[in-house]
Structure formats: C-alpha cells, structure tokens
Design a protein around this ligand. Structure first.
Ligand code: M6R
Length: 608
C-alpha cells in the first residue's frame, strides 16, 4: 500500500526522498512522486510506474532542487494509476503540497463543497480534498490550517504537508495510519515505515492517532488537536540496514526464506528460561488465563493461515474451543464474543485495516486481545491489550515467509505456556514438546538443507495448469498457506483441499494436467492421505509428496518426493511449510514473475 516520506535539513531533499521511496517499494505501488520546496515555490515530479522512472525523470533528484520535501508511493484506491492521480497533490495557489496514506471516507461531500467554493480539482483521488482544505483554512499559520483541515476529515490518514511560506518545515498528522518521525542531527525525517528511515537515523518518535508534528531541521514539535504540545518518547529502531537489504540474494523472498532459522530463534529463545516459558511482555495474570473459555484467532491472508496452523496446538493442549476467523468476515459477523473469550490477532505489519477493525469489534464486545505482531509500535500493537512481538526483523517481500513461521511459533509457545500455567499438561509431555519447540530453528535449517532438488521440481512442474494441495488436519492447515504462496507469486491456479473432501466434488477437476502436492506429515492420518493419493493418481494427476524419510510406503505411490524432518503433528507447520515456500519461489522464478512485488498485491493492506 502507499508509503510516505519527508525530509528537511541542509542536504538536497530529492535524492533522500527517492532513496526513502525505494525502501518502501516492497509495500506495493503503482505510481510515485515527490514535491520539494525551492524558495517560494514547490516543484513537483510524478510518474506512473516504478521509482526508477521517477529517478530518470528527475535525474536522480538533481532536477528538483531544495532542502525540504515530501514523497509518496501510491497504490490506487480512488482513481486509476496515473501521473495526475499520483501524489503529491498541489493546492490551486501552488502554496501547499500533500502526501497521504489512508482513505478519506467523506471526500465526496468535501469535494462538492470545495468545488462549490471555486476550488479546481485535477485528480480523482480522495486525497486532493486535503490540499484544497489547507488552502481554504490557511491564514498565515500552517499549524492551524493543518489542525482545521484534519478536523474535517473522516477515515484514516497519515499526512505529510509542505508549504511554500514555511520552506524549511514539514507538517504531519496521523489518524489510524502509521507515521514515524525520524530524529536526526540538523536534519529530520518522517516516514510511514521505519525501513525508509534506518539509513539515516535509529531514533524515532512514533506518533499516535490525533497527533500532529511540525518538523524543522533543528526541532520536532508534537502537538494535539488543540495545538497543545505533547511530550513524546524517542525510541530506538533496532532493525539494521543489512536486514532491510538483499545481502547477495536475488530476491528478498529467498533471503527471508533462508533467514527463518534465525528469525524463529529470535522469536522463541529469549522467551525460554531453563525449562520455563516466560511471556512477560504480555503481562498475564493467572486470573486472565483461568477466565478463558474459548479462543478466537483472527487475521487476514497468511496470518489467518498461521492461525489455522497454530489452532491445533492450542486446542489440543488447552482443550478449549478455538475458532479461526477471517478478520474481514468477523468484523461484520455479529460474533459471539465476550469477556471469557481470548482474541488472538495475528499481523506481520500490524496495520491491516480489516484486522484492526475486527480487533476493535472484539474489544467492544468485552474480549481482551493478544496481538502477535512483527512491526514494533504498529497500530495493532498499540490497540491490543497484550502484545507479543515476533522479532523476525523487517519483512520486505510482499509474500510473507518468516512472518508466517514466526507467528506459528509464537502460537506454539502460547499454547505450551498456557497449558503449563493452567495445569493442563503433564511434565513429560511439556518437556518433550518444549524440546521440539527449542529445536525448531535447527529443524527448519535442516529442512532447507535437505531440499536442494526443489528448483528442479519447479522446472518440471511450472507449466501445469493447476496445483492442488491436499492434506488432513495439521497438514491441511499448511496446504492453505502453501497454495497461497504459489498463487500469489507465480500466478498459477493453486487450491488447498482437505484430502478427505476431494471426493465431494473437486476430484472432478483432477486429470493429467494437474499437479497434486500431498502433505503426509501427520503420522496418525498418513494412511488416509495415502489413499487419497491413489485416488488422484488413478485420474492421471502427478503427485509430489511431502513427508518424512521414515515413511517409506509412500515412495511407490508418488511421482516425486520432498522430505522434511519428523516433528510432532501439532508443531509441524513451521517445518512443513518450508519446502512449499521454496517450491513457490522457484516456480515463480521459472515463470519470470516479479517475485518480491507480485502484480496487484501490496505488502500492507491498509484499506478495507
Ligand atoms: O501484515 P499482515 O500479516 O496483517 O498481512 C496479512 C495479509 O495481507 C498477508 O499475510 C498477505 O496474505 C500476504 N500477501 C501473504 O503472503
């Protein structure tokens, strides 16, 4: 989704803005632009397409002089991708330029009002109303104009504003969309995402909803809607530049797949002390845990599938019902949720609009919510009652990999922790499962090492018309994520099915043009899935089986094999998913796809 950046200092702004926008490319966008204040005028440059085009158009920024400016990557919502609809937008008098993330819900009525007052609209965007409101409310004090403008807006926004009358200043406002001020020395920044800041500073101020800031090279003044100063803490950004760059890998996605042993270790190890799991950062009391009668896990996309995988550990160890719900559905479902429900919200970015709405809806109904989030200081982390960070480091590729595995691992830890504290697990089982959890980083590394043949399998199968992923129970949950990975980056038609469900309809689609990826890692149900393999083989499909080496019976049934280490079923998803991520990656590579930035997708879906 859209990204915003801003800079003010003594260096030329445009190259810094372009560099910041490149760091935000991973979020997905279709056009980009910058506005730089040069003396008493604001110079604008915008392109449809990639930042590379904007660099070319501005001669890497040299054609847009000035030391204060704002930039934007746009992911179209209101109006098609075009140079005119790209941000920044300029006021009719040329005095203000604005970049905006989010959606202005009442823009239609504002547009009518402003048009009636004589303001001329150039674009179809919701954002343009903001810049005309600024012009309308400006009477010599930019702060006041920004506050009055914000008061007219309904919806979500992170705004960055420059004004030709205040050539060394940036103005920002936040409501339900992330906005971080980067604190430098003799220069200051803002961005929607820390990845655009880390090359310049590790000191950041996270704005809250309803807050504004006036930023000059020497000073950052945060204020509220009444213009009163707000004291803010300066936080340290711990992500390093290296983590946000490719480190020699061809794609961020491959780098992030390979990083999973380290990411999972960072998620798990600091929380295990001797034989005890401590989730101190979530600050639970025994009473909080005892009160839980049911768990609702809610999220979108892969995070939802992480919930589907983690559900088994919670349900089996705690013996309480766990419902996994799509956030986009739950928010309108009139859900049966009360103060005896623990809501677990999963989100890599912490900014997914539907997940935020579902979280708020659950809290409104009296439930307390635990957020499992990767991005520190994100909206979900702020709203939830408890937060557990996955500590996976920045995830740049649009297709999540380490985000998913670390979410799954935190659900495992939560299940074991709660089962132990509630006395629902005996020491023997606890110790055995804890040993497995502790060895997950090594098991994931082993899985990566034992599958050098996946690129060859991808070359063999990349042109199949459709791929069906089948499995039962815990394996079925992993199929969901495996199919999503394949479809989102390779554009192959991929579907996940509970293996036992095939016969109820979908088997009609099975023939020699389909590949069936069969997950057989749940020992109790393996024989059953093997029967399903025979059924699809009998209809001509090719079968790629994922299983562990000890399962020798399957070798004669499947066409190709991929092996994973043997792991107790309720903890196996974090390992089983690895070959499916690699398969998706290499199929997409075979098909020449833009792997890190798949078409039509955005990293962080901040609109409904
Ligand atoms: O940031 P979140 O975890 O809340 O994002 C949720 C989904 O948008 C995300 O997982 C999406 O499905 C990815 N494209 C999956 O690779």
């Amino acid at each position: 989704m859209c990204g915003i950046v801003g800079f003010t200092g003594s260096q030329e702004a445009a190259p810094i803005l372009l560099d910041g926008l490149k760091k935000l490319e991973y979020r997905g966008y279709d056009s980009a632009g910058i506005a730089v204040v040069d003396g008493a005028q604001i110079n604008l440059s915008k392109v449809t397409g990639r930042i590379a085009g904007l660099c070319e158009k501005t001669q890497d920024g040299r054609a847009v002089p000035g030391v204060t400016g704002i930039g934007h990557t746009r992911w179209a919502t209101h109006g098609a991708p075009s140079d005119t609809n790209a941000h920044p937008h300029l006021s009719n008098d040329g005095r203000f330029a604005v970049v905006h993330n989010g959606i202005i819900e009442n823009y239609m009525s504002l547009r009518e009002e402003l048009t009636a007052r004589g303001y001329r609209f150039e674009s179809q965007t919701d954002t343009e109303v903001i810049v005309h409101l600024l012009e309308m409310y400006y009477a010599g004090d930019v702060r006041k104009a920004v506050i009055r403008t914000s008061a007219r807006l309904r919806g979500s926004y992170a705004l960055g504003v420059v004004c030709a009358d205040a050539p060394d200043r940036l103005y920002v406002a936040r409501e339900a969309s992330p906005l971080i001020v980067g604190v430098g020395v003799g220069e200051n920044f803002f961005a929607s995402d820390v990845t655009a800041l880390v090359a310049h500073t590790r000191s950041a101020i996270y704005l809250d909803d309803g807050e504004f800031a006036e930023i000059s090279p020497e000073e950052i003044c945060v204020f509220d809607v009444a213009g009163r100063p707000v004291q803010k803490k300066i936080s340290r950004i711990t992500w390093d530049i290296q983590a946000a760059e490719k480190s020699g890998y061809e794609h961020f996605m491959l780098k992030e797949i390979m990083e999973q042993p380290r990411a999972v270790k960072a998620t798990i190890e600091p929380r295990i002390h001797g034989r005890e799991i401590r989730l101190d950062d979530a600050d639970w009391t025994a009473e909080d845990l005892k009160k839980i009668r049911s768990v609702v896990i809610t999220a979108c996309g892969s995070a939802y599938y992480a919930g589907c995988a983690g559900r088994y550990a919670i349900e089996q160890l705690l013996r309480i019902p766990v419902h996994v719900e799509l956030a986009s559905e739950l928010r309108y479902a009139d859900p049966i949720i009360d103060d005896a429900t623990l809501v677990i919200v999963l989100s890599q970015s912490g900014e997914t609009a539907d997940t935020i709405a579902a979280l708020r809806e659950c809290q409104r109904r009296g439930a307390k919510a635990l957020a499992i989030v990767n991005v520190v200081g994100s909206t979900i982390a702020k709203i939830a009652d408890w937060v557990l960070y996955t500590w996976a480091g920045p995830e740049i590729a649009v297709a999540t990999t380490k985000g998913y595995t670390t979410q799954v691992c935190l659900l495992y830890l939560f299940a074991l922790y709660a089962a132990k504290r509630l006395g629902r697990i005996d020491d023997k089982q606890y110790n055995s499962l804890l040993d497995t959890v502790l060895s997950l980083p090594k098991l994931i590394q082993k899985t990566l090492d034992m599958n050098p043949g996946i690129p060859k399998l991808a070359a063999q199968y990349h042109s199949h018309e459709a791929v069906f992923f089948i499995g039962r129970n815990t394996d079925c949950a992993v199929c969901l994520e495996g199919a999503l990975k394949l479809k989102e980056i390779s554009y192959l038609h991929a579907e996940a099915y509970a293996a036992g469900e095939l016969k109820h309809g979908t088997i009609a689609l099975i023939d020699e043009h389909r590949l069936v990826v069969a997950l057989c890692c749940n020992e109790k149900l393996m024989e059953k899935t093997m029967s399903n393999i025979l059924e699809v083989k009998a209809r001509g499909a090719e079968v790629l089986a994922v299983t562990f080496r000890e399962n020798s019976k399957i070798v004669s049934l499947a066409d190709e094999m991929v092996y994973v280490p043997k792991v107790p079923a309720i903890l196996s998803a974090a390992v089983e998913i690895i070959p499916l991520q690699l398969f998706a990656y290499y199929v997409a590579k075979e098909n020449g796809c833009d792997i890190d930035k798949p078409k039509n997708l955005a990293k962080s879906v901040t609109v409904e």
